[in-house]
Design a protein around this ligand. Sequence first.
Ligand code: BGC
Length: 703
Amino acid sequence: MVSLKEENICKEAKMLLENMTLEEKIGQLVQYGRLKEAELQKLEAGKIGSFLNVAGADKVNKLQEKAMKSKNPIPLIIGDDVIHGYKTIFPIPLGESCSWDLKLIEETSEIAAEEASTEGINCIFAPMIDITRDPRWGRVAEGTGEDVFLASQIARAKIRGIQSNKWNDRPYVTACPKHFIAYGAAEGGRDYSAVDVSERCLRETYLPPFTAALDEGAYTIMCSFNDLNGIPSSANKFILRKILRQELGFEGLVISDWESIEELIYHGIAKDKKEASLKSIEAGVDIDMHSGSYEEHIHALIDEGKLDKELLDEAVLRILKVKIALNLFNNTYTDTSLSKKVIRSTKNVEKALEAARKSIVLLKNKDCLLPLNKNIKSIGVIGPLAEDKVNPLGCWALKGEPKQVTTVLEGIKHKLKSETAVYYEKGCNINSDLEGGIDRALELAKKVEKVVLVLGESSDMSGENHNRAYIGIPEAQKKLLKALHSENIPVVLVLMNGRPLTLTWEEENIPAIIEAWHLGDESGNAIADVIFGDYNPSGKLTMSFPRCEGQIPVYYNKKNTGRPNFKKYLDVEETPLYPFGYGLSYTQFNYKNIKLSSKKIKQDEKLTITAEIENVGKIAGDEIVQLYIRDMVASITRPIKELKGFKRVHLDPGECKEIKFEITAKELGFYDEYFNFVVEKGDFKVWIGPNSIQGLKENFEVI
Ligand code: BGC
C-alpha cells in the first residue's frame, strides 16, 4: 500500500479540498449506517462521505454513482464489520489466535477482505486488537487474548492480510484496527464501562498492538466507546492527538465508534450534540459514525467562530488522502460478476477447514481416550450444539449462512462407515431443560460404544455487550453432563464457546475435553477430524482459563508483588485452571538442551537461544514452542514472565529439531519512570517451553 505521506497523494488531496464548499467538506465527515430516502438525497448533494452496513456490488455501485454525480464528485468509503470472514466464515478471532499461526491468520484475513471487496466494501472494521484479561467481557471472542506480544504479531498479520489488495480492477481495502484504546479493560467485564488504567499500563499493555498495526500500514483506526481515565476516547486529546498523531505519526483517519460522539452527552462531558461535536473534532475524530452530530453542528460551530476552520480542513484532508490511496477515484466501481467467482471458492473453504482445525485446543485427554477409533460400531452424539448450524458461526458472522455450516453430527457421520450406528439426542436446550431430554440422553449413552457430548455457549452469549457474570457451561447443560457422569459414562466433551469458561468440575471429572470455540463454517468437519485423529490437535490457549469467576482477572504476565509466596486466596488456588500457552497433543514432545549464544550481551547485541524439541510419541504433530523472559531487577517492576517469541514446528515421530530464537537487547526494554524507552543492564531469566508455566530455563546478563 502506498504511504499517505506520498507527495502526489498530498497534492491531489489539497487540490480537491480547495474546490470544496463548506457543506461538501462537512459531508466527508459524515457516515451513515442506514440507507433511506433522506440519505440518498444528501448523498446527491455531496453531504455524505461514507456508509457502513451496505453491501453488494450492484447496490454499492449505485451509491458510488450518486456520489460521483454530485457537483464535486468524491467516491465513498464503504465500511463493514468483517470480523472473521465475510461469507466464508472462519473461527472467531479468539479461537483462531490459538493457532499461533501468523501465515494462516494473514491468509484468512486476506480471503475475508478479498470476498468483501467484490461486494463493494473498501474499509474493514477489523482487526479488533483490544487486549483483555477479563473473560466475562463478551468481546473477548473478537480479540486475540491476553498477551501483548502475540496480539501485536497477530495485528501485523491481519493488517497485511486485509490490505494485501492483490487486484487493480476495484477499490482497495483498508483495515480499521479498533478500538482505540483500552476498551478491553472495561470494569468487571461490563461492556462500555469506564476504564481507569495508568499511563504505564496503557503504554505497556494496550498500546503495542495498535503501534504494530499502524506500523504495518493501516490507513484508518476506530476509537473506542469507553471513558478512559475520565475522558471518553472519542474526545480524548491525549490519546488521539498526543499519542496517535504526534508520537506514532499516524497520517490516516480516525473514525468514531457507532454514535460514540453523541454518547459524550451520556458520559456527561457534553451538554448536547453540538458540544460533543466540538470536543470530538478537536480531539481528532475525523468521521462521525452514524450519530449525525457533525452533520448537524459543524457548520454552526464554524460560523460562530468556535471551531477553527483549519481543524475541519485537516480532517477532510486525511479522509481524501485515504480515498486517493484506496484508488477510489480511478476504480470507483466493482464488477458485479466478481463475487460469484471469489466468494466461498473451494480454496477459501479449504482454508476455513485448516483454520478451524488449528484453532482447536485439546484441554484434557485422560488415558488417551482420544482419538476414537473409526471402527467403532456405535456412537452417541449428544447435546444442544451437536446438530446446530447457527451458533458455530460465532458472534459477528454477519454475512455467514447457517446452511454452510457443518455440524458435529454431520462431521462425525462423514467420517464413519455406513455400518456404524450414529445416534443423536439433544438432551437439553442451550439455556433450558428439554422435557425428558436427560432421560433420553442417558438411555442412548448406555447403548452406544462411545459418547461425544457437544456443549457450550450460543453465539449470542459473547460479542458486543454480551457479557456474563458466571462463565461456566450453562446450568441446563451442566445438568446433562452431570447426569451422564453419574452413570459412569466416559464422555468426550466438545465445547463451543466465545470465551474462556470455568471448567474446574469438568477437569476433575470428565476424561476428555476439546475446546472448539465457535469455529465457523467448517466446525463439524474440523472437530470430527480431531475426534478421530485425522488431525492431531495443536492449538494453545491465548487466554488463561480461570478456576472460578472470583479469580478474574487472572493472566500469566502478572507482577511478582512483595509477597510472592503468600497464599492469595483462602478458598482457591491462585493459578488458572489452564494457563496461557497451554494445549495438548496426541503425541508428546520432549524439550532438552537449552543453549545461549552467550551468557552476557551488550545493549546493542543479539542473543541466540536454542533448544531441542523431540517428538517422543507415536504420531506426527505440531508443537508451538514458546520463549519467555523475565527481567530480574529493573528500575520499574517487571512481569514474572513475558512472551518474546514463538514458533510452530512440525515433528514426525522420533524427529528432533533444534529451535532457534533471536532476541535483541531492545526487545528487553521498557518505559522508565519518565516514560523513556530504556534497556537496562542486569540479570534476565529465559525459558523455552510448551506453555507459560513449564519450560527449560537459563540465565543471561545484559551488560
Ligand atoms: C462496534 C464496532 C463496530 C461498529 C459498526 C459498534 O457497535 O463497537 O466494533 O465496528 O459498531 O458496526
